[in-house]
Design a protein around this ligand. Structure first.
Ligand code: 5GP
Length: 128
């Protein structure tokens, strides 16, 4: 059983299909390097996904293989989206799940942007 975020890029993953316009999304922002859209199953009042346009399976893959322009463009896009949504003053949380222990489900690198409420402290482990 393959671990999402590890191994070769799968062009049939759901975010690849969103990037190709094969399935719809509630788009918030798009530029040369990134696409931002609402998560289909929001975990906070505001839950946005920001993805790079390149074929990267995870944060680790993007950090290792992303071009300087892609990495800078992606980080700036995340910041821009947060500002555009009015989150700079109240604050927000960024999160990227990586691989098995990170709980990654979709094998295309993405950052979750949560906001719109006090989010509490960090993460909790699932109960045994
Ligand atoms: P992961 O666990 O990989 O970090 O998170 C994947 C996220 O993608 C989940 O929060 C899930 O709700 C979201 N997601 C999965 N499929 C779709 C989809 O088709 N459209 C949108 N907008 N979000 C999706």
């Amino acid at each position: 059983m393959p671990v999402p975020g590890v191994g070769d890029y799968d062009d049939q993953n759901v975010f690849a299909k969103i990037l190709r316009g094969e399935i719809p999304c509630r788009r918030i922002y798009e530029d040369l390097h990134a696409l931002a859209f609402h998560d289909i199953a929001p975990q906070a009042p505001l839950h946005v996904l920001v993805i790079p346009k390149g074929r990267y399976v995870s944060f680790a893959d993007f950090a290792a293989k992303g071009g300087e322009d892609e990495i800078a463009g992606f980080v700036r896009a995340v910041g821009h989206v947060a500002s555009q949504l009015g989150l700079d003053a109240p604050g927000y949380r960024l999160l990227s799940n990586m691989g098995r222990d990170g709980g990654q489900e979709v094998p295309h690198f993405h950052v979750h942007l949560f906001g719109g409420a006090m989010l509490g402290r960090m993460v909790s482990l699932p109960s045994a």
